[in-house]
Design a binder for this molecule. Structure first.
Ligand code: F6R
Length: 609
């Protein structure tokens, strides 16, 4: 959700804090602020709106060598200037920025009010600054620890003490935080995208840890003040990967990057010469464990949940394993029957989604095997899962997920092929054949990207519509869900995804000449059935945009528009078929003048419940 960054350096920090915030803006963008400390004391600047509204060069902010900054996605209190971070304690001594939620803030606020603390904002976060001031006797770190012992909830927290310009305190409890080790300068940030321009050496904090950063080094300790040693890690992202690289929007860039992302996902894992799949990160699942497995449960949120639904079809088909897919937000609060014969796969681009992380912990506590499928290397889910497969899609900055989705599906397909062969459901020849076909998929995706202009022209006819229906069957039903989600999140058009045959059980009532229906009608065993569903729409004057297989001339008679995709084995078809839906949503949203990379009310990484 919110993004935070802090820095202690010999350089002026204000400008760098704001540059860092820009890289974190996809985490939240309703208001932003920074606070620095110089000879004149704290200088705070905060505004409603995007990071760009902040002015780093104001004369008051000059000569500050330490500071913290925040880009907000409101949880408690509206996006106003007063509610924006940083928050400063009433006595002016402690300044904080906070990512997360303080669940017991109202109790603390009441308590502090009784001790004559006056609050300026409606936020939960302000209590933290006040509480530290309240707990302070003569030692800041002691006051911080006392305050932490009273906070309930989740926090990634940066703290400055006006009387100690040489020290920045970072705390992690449930919200991601990473320390950057520079050349005689240190950083703390919600994620590494804010750090890559300064350093490649990072240290991930774990829950319950505090880092004290000074110009001469850093110390990590737990809440009980016992020193903890977390080894530094090298970041392998390039700066260009988090820039737009000539594209108008990150989303478009990321759609076009998909062939390359897929190749990265497959590299070293798909071995066409041997006809095999090698997934190094999951060798802990031994062959006999796999044979004993009662069930695979996939748990995730949003687009990653859609990838999980595709995984259900693919893994059942290829490996004949029983698969269930659960919303992580529901799974975590159920009382699931689960144990040592179950494998729980957590799918998460960010690896930080609060509900997915909670689902992981629930599964671990019940003795299930757990596996992560994450994009962000070193993220909390990736680290806590112990085993897993990185998608290696590269940094995804656009809030609407595209290349992360496609690579998640690719990982699930590889799991299906690997386990299918291990369990004897796929012969060596069948696996060889599938591997060869799968290896060609990135180029097929490139072929669909090349049709962006055709799709843009179709978008022009539908940009003013108020509702859309998306239909698909079998393994392409989740693709319909994903197409609808892409459209609604970036264009604000109401859209629903349905299994095509379900239409008769209700949604058909919506169909008239104003209702565009996007139908995935590629060649697969249910093609004829989907054509019947299209006829039912046409009989009610619905307008059909079909996604069909190249060479299918017949479908033209039944549709207003056809977007052709290359022929592909149906088991891999979601990877190809989702691309025109991403592009359709993108072009419609552009035509409607929407903010593509930062859609209203959304944030990239949902680190609060
Ligand atoms: C939609 C989208 C979200 C995420 C969801 C889970 O385009 O991006 O629905 O898929 O918030 O995020 P991760 O995968 O980071 O756990």
């Amino acid at each position: 959700m919110c993004g935070i960054i802090g820095m202690i350096s010999n350089r002026d920090v204000a400008e760098h804090l704001i540059e860092g915030l820009k890289k974190l803006e996809y985490r939240g963008y309703d208001s932003a602020g920074f606070g620095v400390l110089n000879d004149r004391g704290f200088v705070v600047s905060k505004e409603v709106g995007r990071v760009a509204v902040l002015e780093p060069r104001s004369s008051e902010a000059q000569d500050a060598k330490i500071g913290i900054a925040h880009t907000r996605w409101a949880t408690h209190g509206q996006p106003t200037q007063i509610n924006a971070h940083p928050h400063v304690s009433q006595n002016g001594r402690f300044m904080i920025v906070h990512n997360g939620i303080i669940e017991n803030y109202s109790v603390l606020r009441e308590y502090l009010s009784k001790h004559d603390f006056k609050f300026k904002s409606d936020t939960d976060s302000e209590v933290i600054a006040q509480l530290i001031a309240h707990e302070y006797k003569n030692n800041t770190m002691q006051a911080v620890r006392e305050a932490l012992s009273r906070l309930k909830g989740t926090f990634g927290l940066l703290i400055l003490d006006r009387e100690d310009p040489g020290s920045l305190v970072a705390v992690r409890q449930g919200s991601p935080l990473v320390i950057g080790i520079g050349d005689e300068e240190y950083f703390a940030a919600s994620d590494i995208s804010a750090l890559v321009q300064h350093t490649r050496q990072v240290v991930y904090l774990n829950d319950g840890e505090i880092a004290e950063l000074t110009l001469s080094g850093y110390r990590v300790s737990n809440f009980a003040d016992v020193t903890v040693v977390n080894e530094p890690t090298e970041i392998d992202w390039e700066i260009e990967e988090i820039e737009k690289g000539g594209y108008e929007h990150f989303m478009l860039k990321e759609i076009f990057e998909q062939p390359q992302s897929l190749k990265q996902t497959m590299a070293g894992r798909i071995i066409p010469d041997e006809g095999s799949v090698k997934l190094g990160g999951i060798t802990a699942i031994e062959e006999d464990t796999l044979r004993r497995l009662n069930r695979v449960i996939i748990s995730s949120c949003g687009t990653s949940w859609h990838a999980g639904l595709i995984g259900e079809y693919v893994i059942e088909e290829l490996a004949r394993l029983n698969v269930e897919v659960e919303y992580a937000s529901e799974f975590r609060y159920r009382n699931p029957v689960m144990g040592a014969d179950d494998l729980v796969i957590l799918i998460s681009q960010s690896g930080e989604t609060a509900d997915t992380l909670a689902a992981l912990r629930e599964a671990t506590s019940r003795g299930a095997h757990v596996m992560g499928v994450c994009n962000v290397v070193g993220s909390t889910i990736a680290r806590e899962a112990g085993m897993g497969v990185y998608t290696h899609a590269g940094p995804e900055i656009g809030v609407a997920s595209t290349k992360a989705f496609i690579t998640q599906v690719a990982v699930l397909v590889m799991l299906g092929m690997d386990w299918g062969r291990l369990k004897g459901h796929l012969s060596n020849d069948q696996t060889c054949d599938l591997v060869e076909q799968f290896n060609a998929v990135p180029d097929l995706v490139r072929n669909v990207c090349d049709q962006s202009d055709t799709i843009q022209a179709i978008a022009g006819e539908y940009a003013d519509c108020r509702n859309f229906l998306y239909l698909g069957r079998g393994v392409n039903f989740p693709v319909a869900l994903e197409g609808a989600l892409k459209l609604k999140e970036i264009s604000y058009i109401h859209a629903e995804g349905y299994p095509a045959a379900e239409m008769k059980h209700g949604p058909i009532a919506l169909i008239d000449e104003n209702m565009p229906v996007v139908v995935i009608a590629t060649q697969d065993p249910v093609y004829e059935k989907v054509i019947s569903n299209i006829q039912e729409i046409r009989a009610r004057q619905g307008r059909v945009i079909a996604v069909a297989t190249e060479g299918d001339k017949e479908i033209r008679q039944h549709s207003d528009h056809v977007i052709y995709v290359p022929e592909v084995n149906p088991i891999f078809s979601p990877i190809v078929n989702v691309v025109p839906l991403q592009l359709l949503a993108y072009h419609i949203a552009v035509l409607r003048g929407c903010d593509i990379d930062k859609p209203r009310n959304l944030a990239k990484s949902v680190t609060v419940e």
